[in-house]
Design a protein around this ligand. Structure first.
Ligand SMILES: Nc1ncnc2c1ncn2[C@@H]1O[C@H](COP(=O)(O)OP(=O)(O)OP(=O)(O)O)[C@@H](O)[C@H]1O
Ligand SMILES: [Mg+2]
Length: 120
């Protein structure tokens, strides 16, 4: 079983989330700088938004983190660690999604599945 946990978090929370994932002994992840919006469509999140009154959706910078884990137990631990580390209690703290992954391969060794995402 391989599960992808994907989190959109505040940029300023990246270090805290990375520390939390390192403490969980996570071995491998991908981070992106992304633009996005949630239920407020990008408004109300900050006291000041650019003066585009005619724009109904505002995209705001976030960090996206993807971690592949090998069980539902680790999915839960990973989601929990990210939630705690990324939390401020304010609108725009982010979202966490998880998905089943069909396959993974370590290119160098051609290992697949569970072996591909475990440290050697
Ligand atoms: N429905 C969605 N589909 C895809 N991405 C989403 C969705 N909702 C949120 N996101 C992503 O998560 C980021 C953070 O969303 P955000 O924290 O504002 O969610 P929210 O549901 O509005 O919660 P809150 O009310 O706490 O702001 C967005 O910038 C976007 O990248
Ligand atoms: Mg929001």
């Amino acid at each position: 079983m391989i599960i992808k946990v994907e989190a959109m978090i505040r940029e300023e929370k990246l270090e805290d989330v990375l520390d939390a994932l390192a403490a969980l002994d996570v071995h491998g992840m991908t981070c992106y700088q992304v633009m996005g919006c949630g239920t407020q469509r990008g408004f109300k999140e900050y006291a000041y938004v650019r003066g585009h009154q005619q724009v109904e959706i505002q995209m705001l910078p976030k960090i996206k983190i993807e971690v592949l884990v090998s069980s539902e137990e680790w999915e839960k631990k990973t989601i929990d660690a990210i939630q705690k580390a990324a939390y401020t209690g304010n609108i725009g703290d982010g979202k966490i999604f998880s998905y089943d992954v069909r396959e993974a391969m370590r290119i160098r060794t051609k290992e697949t599945g569970y072996d591909a995402i475990q440290p050697e």
